[in-house]
Design a protein around this ligand. Structure first.
Ligand code: SF4
Length: 581
């Protein structure tokens, strides 16, 4: 695509948008904010929209957006070498001061590299200089494990945008040159400069230490930056509306951040603590303002009902004429009032995550509900007139046996019976859609030392669940392939030695098997190794606030099939969060 065609496309997209920001560049820090996927996907990403708003809220920053071209045009654009331009002013990205990425998913790592290439920048930080924009990589993945991206970033921003952006601007304004800027950033909370560390390896290939280079001022570990409280903070919410995106008619808003349930596999639960509710009045004001542009409100929170005023919020949103879509509901959140409010706003499907079919295995993962409670919730859901249920399950959990797999089928059948009983009465049968994913042990969880279950065992379990669920009317199961999870695990659990595989996958169109072989990366070492005795884990360079001792204690409790019960969770959170002190 030629540059004039890019410009035309940009103007066409802008003409359909409401709410974008256009500022003069002169005298401001010029930031290109890149989403490593297409416009269609990126504009429905609340984190991306929030960072755009936060950057532009600073009078001394002008922030413009950049997206990956559609797949059909990507190769031609890479071959033509036409420089990538920003959406708002159609300025070549290479001419700006900063290229900041907001990365939410491991699968987008190759797209980060494609965007660097499209912008005409060297992929590796070591090959770039002060003549290039500063490349900053942030987003949810940087809390999890930034190491696979370490060689591509000048700076990794670890934490929440609200806490990171003011200090980023301060460092940029005070710096005399690129080296000075990197040193200043390394001294700020939440900024990790990978080139300031030597990574030492033990003879067995595990990491022995991250050693900060002398004279850089880099800390031994980088503390995540997070908001202490959201009492006076605007909730992240859609600020740019466009029909050209996945959730075009939806106003997305974060109601509450974090979840106190402490499920032992859940990275989001552990890493967004403490639970912080956004102010009700601001949520409602923003929703009111957005109403002319949206008919549906998407509530983006992992534990929606941890907001103390959720029932009033839902009632008032429904009163504004919104249909309401929660991302998913925690099982213990399902009350008659909540279900009725959702039904009343037009919702026909509710998503819940039993995770497994047996009470025993739910104690292992600290999902603190029982099958009895799940059946009661289903009764309440279908009685209210909701027709369909979406269920999330995992396989490959520690201590899992064949009985646990059979229990997935049994629980689904029981829920189906409840659905059919209510559906028959109404003369319309709904459906249950199940989704089954193999566990990818995640950094920053109680399972971070666990190897992923081996290919053959997972394949066997997948076949077993498929055959257990086959031929049941009104029940549809979608079961992820083992290979998909394996490469996701590599990107999630790897360190900077995985970088050549990401480069090869970017070149070959994401054929990961070939990429790993070409790069000579021993993927099994990262995915199938028991890390219990590793001195240092790749993600230890970021201090997310949770302590290893706590995770180890939780892991031991898992093996004893013991819950860490949530009733005292608020107090527990306060104790567990040294990072915010
Ligand atoms: S309830 Fe859901 S969001 Fe909360 S910790 Fe468990 S899995 Fe994570």
């Amino acid at each position: 695509m030629k540059q004039w065609q890019q410009r035309e496309r940009a103007r066409d997209l802008l003409s359909k948008e409401v709410g974008y920001v256009r500022k003069p560049h002169g005298g401001r820090l010029r930031v290109a904010l890149a989403f490593p996927n297409t416009y269609f996907v990126g504009m429905s990403n609340l984190g991306f929209q929030t960072v755009y708003k936060l950057f532009n809220a600073e009078p001394d920053i002008v922030c413009e957006r950049v997206f990956l071209p559609p797949k059909s045009e990507l190769t031609a654009q890479l071959e033509a070498g036409t420089p990538l331009v920003t959406l708002e002013s159609q300025t070549p990205v290479g001419e700006l001061d900063v290229l900041a990425f907001s990365v939410s998913f491991e699968w987008d790592y190759t797209n980060v590299l494609s965007l660097l290439r499209l912008a005409g920048l060297p992929l590796r930080a070591e090959a770039r200089s002060h003549r290039h924009p500063l490349v900053v990589i942030g987003g949810a993945v940087t809390f999890v494990n930034p190491e696979p991206l370490a060689l591509f970033a000048d700076v990794i921003a670890a934490g929440e945008g609200e806490a990171l952006i003011p200090s980023f601007l301060r460092a940029c304004q005070g710096a005399s040159d690129r080296g000075d800027l990197l040193r200043r950033l390394a001294g700020e909370r939440g900024f990790y400069v990978p080139s300031f560390y030597d990574v030492r390896y033990a003879d067995d290939g595990t990491i022995a230490a991250f050693v900060p280079r002398e004279g850089t001022g880099a800390p031994p570990v980088v503390k995540k930056a997070a908001l202490k409280t959201t009492d006076a903070v605007d909730p992240p919410a859609t600020t740019i509306f466009t029909p050209e995106t996945e959730f075009g008619s939806r106003f997305l808003v974060e109601v509450v951040r974090g979840c106190a349930n402490l499920c032992r596999f859940c990275w989001a639960g552990y890493n967004y603590l403490p639970v912080r509710a956004f102010p009700k009045d601001r949520i409602l004001q923003l929703a009111e303002r957005a109403r002319p542009h949206a008919s549906r409100v998407g509530l983006v929170s992992i534990a929606l009902c941890d907001h103390p005023e959720i029932e009033e919020i839902l009632t008032r949103l429904a009163g504004m004429g919104y249909s309401i879509s929660p991302a998913s509901l925690r099982l213990d959140d399902i009350t008659p009032t909540i279900v009725d409010l959702l039904r009343g706003s037009g919702e026909r499907t509710i998503t819940i995550a039993p995770e497994t079919g047996s009470d025993r295995l739910r104690r292992v993962i600290n999902k603190t509900v029982t099958n009895d409670e799940i059946r009661s919730s289903a009764e309440m859901i279908f009685r209210s007139g909701i027709e369909n249920l979406k269920l999330y399950f995992m396989i490959g959990l520690p201590t899992e046996t064949d009985e646990d797999l059979v229990a997935i089928r049994d629980l689904t059948l029981q829920l189906r019976e409840i659905m059919l009983a209510h559906g028959r009465g109404r003369g319309h049968l709904g459906k249950i859609v199940g989704s089954v994913n193999p566990l990818v042990p995640k950094p920053g969880t109680a399972y971070q030392w666990l190897p992923m279950e081996d290919d053959r065992t997972i394949e066997r379990k997948i076949s077993r669940v498929r055959s257990l669920m086959a031929g049941i009317d009104n029940v549809y199961f979608n079961i992820k392939s083992e290979r998909h999870s394996f490469y996701q695990a590599l990107l999630s659990l790897g360190d900077r030695r995985v970088a050549p595989a990401i480069e090869a996958a970017e070149r070959n169109g994401s054929n990961w098997r070939a990429a790993v072989a070409e790069a000579g990366v021993d993927a099994g070492f990262f995915v199938f190794r028991d890390r219990t005795h590793d001195a240092v884990l790749p993600w230890d360079i970021i201090d997310g606030g949770m302590k290893h001792d706590f995770f180890r204690a939780e892991f031991d409790k898992a093996l004893r099939e013991e819950w860490t019960l949530p009733p005292k969770r608020q107090r527990e959170n306060a104790r567990l969060l040294p990072v915010l002190q």
